[in-house]
Design a protein around this ligand. Structure first.
Ligand code: SF4
Ligand code: MSK
Length: 627
């Protein structure tokens, strides 16, 4: 199976992507692009959000042309069906982030109880900060006891009893009032997701407006609850990220070393693998096997977590995961959960790669399952690193293609704490730069890849335009990897920025595109936005800020986009969400929310036009602030 050059060009803007798409084709592999093509034409009803299979009187679909049925068997019309479908996407996204957060809370508790060998408290400062926010007394408590008490308080956040989540306290007061007025203040994290599933059962909430409002509340329980807990507890356990230099693209895989690749989202397993890979005995074993060392590399957000805290290089983003295997260089790939294509296990069978799943809640075809728990993680990590080393000698030379050239240099590790420290200890200089116009505004460019959009093109085109116009970009997730590969995450990239932003970056020695972490770390962006709003005595929606997800694919991205808008940030989506079957809902989300929340959605698949929309928005916000 050979690919036409124009097909390869149309699928990705990345050089390593092109080389290994051709290699994968030569090896007879099927990739995400092939399967996407085989799915054409995709269901038009589903694309518009007009199909429903919520009960066994259906499945039902609404005719968008008005000639066929306009109601499902139960009587649900287009508005109700679209709203219910969107609501369930939000619930799934929010549940994913929040369950990830819960797993970290479990480790925090076990650390406090002395039942998690190898783990520890890396940031006592953050543990104490959270204790204070949660109203946990520190009096006379050991760090271990405090960890247990904080874990208990966080467990409560998931439940049903709260009027409002504790972290809503970080939100500017004006925004809290808006949420109260609309009845969307998030309560228990699980409660909002559970309630969404209840409301969307046949015969419950049949008012599309009320369904969507609850969708916003559900998303807020992710952004100011589940995701935030995931990020904060990761910082407690593994350290607050600080600026760190690293490298990106498939060339970070080394032909002369044992390559272990970590893929997924949760740092619980990968941090233990990181520790095991430093073990002198295992490093000695690697040498015995003829390898020059043990090389760790990341994919997707587990990669981002390791990159942010340990400077571990990044092999690629979502659409690079199959292509990474086609190098034939990966001795072991360890996966946890989320964004791990079920195809990967079968793809790896073409090579010598050992594929290992590690989470009790995520199993995959053709992968070995080696379950991690806080109690066994340290020992299991050592076993697996040893097995990866032993697998080095089983590489199949005829199937190996070492990526040519060199990796791209990058900087990561920009937590809010690191940004404030780079600014000299307070957000003041950033506010001054925004006021003076040196920085026109800030935009979070985040989210995934999607084979519907040329790989990385949306991210890189949008972000390049924004920085050229003196807009500071912060990023997370797969967008961050795209930007790094395009060379936008080194201080020298300041030369690609407009004159004002260039000057600020040069003065601070930072890139114009700041890596803030993984998907759950989008909360860092909102923490920063809330801090700026507090400092200016205003609301987040008054600031010259925006968000964009040019190539999103996941339900988690839907939840993120919804909590962004509900938090007051105008958000532009590249891939159209399945809402266009209801003109009422399109109008509400793209226009009417503006009056309710001071922010709304836009859908714009062309990233250059998306940049124009965002720049227009930033200019309007600046003008309203008298800047
Ligand atoms: Fe059809 Fe209504 Fe059942 Fe959905 S809930 S499948 S629209 S009958
Ligand atoms: S990994 S959710 S493809 S950003 Fe977080 Fe990338 Fe999107 Fe997964």
């Amino acid at each position: 199976m050979l690919l036409k050059r124009e097909d390869v060009q149309a699928r990705t803007i990345t050089e390593d992507g092109r080389i290994f798409m051709e290699k994968a084709a030569r090896d007879g592999l099927e990739t995400v692009w092939d399967r996407y093509r085989a799915q054409q034409p995709q269901c038009g009803f589903c694309e518009l959000g007009l199909s429903c299979r919520n009960c066994s009187m259906g499945p039902c679909r609404i005719d968008p042309f008005g000639e066929g049925p306009q109601r499902g068997v139960c009587g649900a019309d287009a508005d109700i069906i679209v709203a219910r479908n969107l609501g369930r996407m939000i619930a799934a996204g929010s549940a994913s982030h929040s369950d990830h957060g819960r797993d970290l809370v479990e480790v925090l508790r076990k650390v406090g109880e002395g039942k998690a060998p190898g783990y520890g408290i890396r940031s006592e400062e953050k543990l104490r900060k959270l204790a204070s926010e949660l109203g946990v007394s520190e009096d006379g408590q050991s760090v271990e006891a405090l960890a247990v008490a904080v874990a208990e308080a966080l467990e409560e956040e998931f439940g049903t009893r709260k009027k409002a989540l504790a972290f809503v306290g970080r939100v500017p007061e004006k925004r809290r009032r808006i949420w109260e007025k609309l009845g969307i203040t998030p309560r228990g994290i699980d409660r909002e997701t559970s309630e969404m599933m209840h409301r969307t059962h046949m015969g419950v909430d049949n008012d599309w407006k009320s369904l969507l409002l609850h969708g916003l509340r559900n998303a807020l329980s992710d952004g100011w609850g589940g995701s935030l807990i995931a990020t904060e507890v990761s910082d407690i356990l593994f350290g607050i990220p600080q600026p760190v230099a690293s490298e990106v693209n498939l060339r970070v895989l080394k032909e002369d070393q044992v390559n272990i690749v970590l893929h997924g989202h949760n740092p619980i397993v990968s941090e233990m693998i990181f520790q095991a890979a430093q073990d002198p005995e295992l490093m000695g074993l690697a040498e015995e096997k003829g390898a020059r060392g043990i090389n760790l590399a990341g994919l997707c957000c587990t990669g981002n977590e390791l990159l942010m805290r340990r400077g571990i290089p990044m092999a690629g983003n979502h659409l690079m995961t199959e292509l990474a295997l086609s190098t034939g260089l990966i001795d072991m790939m360890l996966v946890d959960y989320q964004c791990i294509m079920p195809a990967l296990g079968e793809t790896a069978r073409c090579y010598h790669t050992r594929m290992v799943s590690t989470s009790d809640k995520a199993k995959y075809p053709f992968m070995e399952h080696r379950e991690f728990h806080p109690e066994n993680a340290r020992d299991l990590a050592r076993d697996l690193v040893r097995e990866a080393v032993e697998n080095f000698v089983r590489r199949i030379p005829a199937k190996v293609l070492s990526p040519p050239g060199a990796p791209v240099k990058m900087m990561a590790g920009f937590s809010v704490e690191a940004i404030v420290s780079a600014l000299g200890g307070s957000a003041g200089p950033l506010i001054d730069a925004i006021k003076s116009g040196a920085i026109q505004g800030a935009v979070g460019v985040v989210g995934c890849n999607n084979p519907k959009i040329r790989h990385d093109y949306g991210h890189v085109t949008l972000t390049t335009r924004l920085i050229e116009n003196d807009v500071l970009v912060v990023d997370t997730g797969c967008a961050a990897v795209a930007h790094a590969k395009a060379g936008l995450k080194v201080p020298e990239a300041a030369e690609k920025a407009g004159p004002g932003l260039r000057q600020v970056c040069r003065a601070l020695g930072i890139p114009p595109v700041l890596h803030m972490g993984s998907c759950v770390d989008n909360v860092r962006i909102f923490d920063l936005a809330a801090a700026l709003a507090h400092a200016l005595g205003t609301d987040i929606s008054d600031l010259p800020l925006a968000a964009a997800a040019p190539e999103w694919y996941s339900e988690k991205a839907v939840s993120i986009a919804c909590y962004a808008v509900a938090s007051g940030v105008y958000t532009v989506l590249g891939t159209p969400p399945p809402i266009f079957g209801s003109q009422n809902i399109v109008k509400l989300l793209t226009e009417d929310l503006e009056g309710l929340l001071g922010a709304s959605f836009a859908v714009e698949p062309d990233p250059a036009r998306a940049a124009d929309l965002i720049l227009e928005r930033i200019r309007a916000k600046r003008a309203a602030l008298g800047l």
